[in-house]
Design a binder for this molecule. Structure first.
Ligand code: M6R
Length: 364
């Protein structure tokens, strides 16, 4: 049941602190300050390349995961959308690790890609939310998310739980490959453990975000900008908005704006900028200024420090708690979900069952 929420999507957004904590519990030994992926007959120290495949929101989780795995474990990651993977006949060395990410575990394109990878001698790891699904059954290494059943067609809690598992996997790989010390691991685990509380603080902004939905609802086009791991979060924000509000939205790497999309900017195009403080902040802000100089109406999502530095002149700001850059994607998922939700409610669409979409896409 939806409890006291108007839609399943809202309920599922609000459940995230709980289900992310639940998911992390299976992968993190908080007391020891260690991650613990159930690897069975897998030797993670032998993994020197990862091939990731997924669709939609799960693909964006994978893009964040690529960033983490390369950064912490220094293992190269290839990532494809499932519908492209098989047909480009990817070069897969025997014994490589192929990782499939899926809420449902039934997405036809992803399942076909998994079978293709197996035929090519890959070992199959699966991040999946439905433990009885086809992908779960066909995995050599099963990495379940513990989001519980997700009813809203727009994926929210399954996505952030996928991020939690991918972060743990990245750290585990880093340790197995001798890339991080026990102290560094303890520090990363401590940051991960802060994610649920930080997400709860992001959810506290529900009413503020509702109050700014009217800035986006009349738009025909919306842009989302981010850098580094917040670039896939920009893609995810745009997908959420498209799916449930039917407004055309695009996510861009902030630095790509000047290579074309900036031509779209005028005062009718809201631009949502995801920019947590950190090493990439100044660069993202200078891209944001380029947008503002062309009349673009910016909604800045940042922390108090970022908003103090760059919030002036934005049409609205959404203040996130200050968090370590590792967990920023988990936290910044919340405001983009809530913004899409409130815009859709304002437009009166069918939030949980948007037109033309199905919860699990079982045709290729
Ligand atoms: O069940 P899966 O994670 O494999 O589904 C993949 C996509 O179909 C899914 O993420 C879709 O993009 C969602 N509707 C996003 O909200």
């Amino acid at each position: 049941s939806k409890g006291n929420h108007a839609h399943f999507m809202r309920k599922e957004i609000f459940e995230q602190p709980l289900v992310v904590a639940q998911t992390l519990q299976s992968y993190v030994r908080a007391f020891e300050g260690e991650v613990a992926i159930p690897t069975a007959d897998f030797d993670l120290s032998q993994v020197d390349r990862v091939t990731m495949v997924a669709c939609g929101t799960s693909f964006y989780a994978g893009m964040v995961g690529k960033y983490w795995i390369e950064r912490f474990a220094r293992v190269p990651v290839d990532i494809d959308v499932a519908s492209e993977f098989r047909y480009r006949d990817p070069v897969l060395e025997k014994g490589g690790l192929a990782l499939f990410i899926s809420q449902s575990g039934e997405t036809a394109d992803t399942l076909a890609a998994l079978r293709h990878a197996r035929e090519q001698g890959q070992r199959i790891a699966v991040v999946v939310n439905v433990p009885t699904s086809s992908m779960a059954r066909e995995a050599d290494l099963l990495l379940p998310t513990r989001a519980g059943p997700e009813i809203g067609v727009a994926s929210t809690k399954a996505f952030t739980c996928q991020l939690a598992v991918l972060a743990a996997l990245a750290v585990n790989l880093a340790r197995a490959r001798g890339r991080i010390s026990a102290d560094e691991e303890r520090e990363i685990v401590a940051h991960l453990a802060e994610a649920p509380e930080a997400m709860a603080r992001a959810i506290d902004h529900d009413e503020d975000i509702k109050a700014m939905a009217h800035l986006v609802a009349p738009a025909r086009d919306v842009l989302y900008l981010g850098r580094g791991p917040d670039y896939p979060m920009a893609l995810e924000g745009a997908l959420k908005l498209k799916e449930i509000s039917y407004i055309h939205a695009e996510g861009y790497a902030a630095g790509e704006m000047k290579h074309g999309p900036i031509a779209l900017i005028d005062d009718a195009v809201p631009v949502i900028v995801l920019a947590p403080s950190g090493p990439l902040f100044d660069k993202t802000v200078s891209n944001m200024q380029e947008v503002r100089a062309r009349g673009g109406r910016v909604i800045l999502i940042s922390d108090a420090e970022g908003i103090a530095a760059a919030g002036d002149g934005c049409v609205a700001t959404i203040e996130m708690p200050a968090v370590h850059e590792l967990i920023a994607p988990l936290v910044y998922a919340v405001p983009v979900q809530l913004l899409a939700y409130h815009v859709a409610v304002l437009k009166g669409t069918d939030v949980d069952q948007p037109r033309n979409l199905a919860k699990s896409v079982t045709v290729e």
